[in-house]
Design a binder for this molecule. Structure first.
Ligand SMILES: [Ca+2]
Ligand SMILES: [Ca+2]
Ligand SMILES: [Ca+2]
Ligand SMILES: [Ca+2]
Length: 236
């Protein structure tokens, strides 16, 4: 973690560390799932392999009375697979499969992430997310009692921040800004948060002692395995 070995962790080092942990987490998850899908072991996952592993039992015996619409899900997966498959051979190498599984981290997957999100929330299918659909995605009124306060806050968020051009609905661009804001760096925000929590003497850098004093905060960090890695490998 302490890249320049000066015995302190700066915010920049913290951020880089968080990024590398996230990257590792993603590549571990791809690695972990790889064997399950690459049935013939040829080092690539074809769309057919993915389809058979994921939907094989449904394809053998199509049940239509389940709560899931598997045909729909399959079409959606195939569409995403094709976008992730940048060379268009309908086979995913590790990088392509990583884009398929974790599209939010890949520039060329942004459109499909937005499209999928909009399809989920845009109930009337007009290609926009209006206030009712936006709220409906996170809250269903039970018809009695008052609306919780956070719902009111979300309504306000919608008109103040989400619906930037104030036409009462979110288009593709506004949806993109909402789910994948370009000016928001997750690792940076997390680094700032951890620094703020742990930097007891406020000199802008962390000692090992300061980190261990706030061990719970680091373990509880959204960054997977952060605290664990810290303790186990003594990676300071
Ligand atoms: Ca294969
Ligand atoms: Ca490919
Ligand atoms: Ca709509
Ligand atoms: Ca709008």
């Amino acid at each position: 973690m302490d890249r320049n070995q000066d015995g302190f962790i700066s915010e920049e080092e913290l951020k880089d560390w968080i990024k590398s942990v996230q990257k590792k987490h993603i590549s571990d998850s791809v690695e972990h799932q790889w064997k399950d899908f690459d049935l013939n072991g040829d080092g690539v996952i074809s769309w057919d392999e993915y389809k058979n592993v994921t939907y094989g039992s449904y394809l053998e015996d199509p049940q239509t009375d389940t709560e899931y619409n598997y045909d729909q899900m399959m079409l959606r997966d195939e569409r995403r697979f094709r976008v992730a498959d940048t060379n268009g051979d309908l086979m995913a190498d590790k990088q392509e499969f990583s884009a398929f599984l974790h599209p939010e981290d890949h520039q060329h997957m942004k459109d499909i992430v937005v499209q999928e999100t909009m399809e989920d929330i845009d109930k009337n299918g007009d290609g926009f997310i209006d206030l009712k659909e936006y709220i409906g995605d996170m809250y269903t009124s039970d018809g009695e009692g008052e609306e919780p306060e956070w719902v009111a806050t979300e309504r306000q968020q919608f008109s103040e921040f989400r619906d930037k051009n104030n036409d009462g609905k979110m288009d593709k661009e506004e949806t993109l800004d909402w789910i994948l804001p370009s000016d928001y760096d997750h690792a940076e925000a997390e680094a700032k948060h951890l620094m703020h929590e742990a930097d007891a003497n406020q000199d802008g850098k962390l000692t090992k002692k300061e980190i261990l004093n706030k061990y719970d905060t680091f373990v509880g960090s959204q960054v997977t395995n952060f605290g664990e890695a810290l303790l186990r490998h003594d990676e300071f």
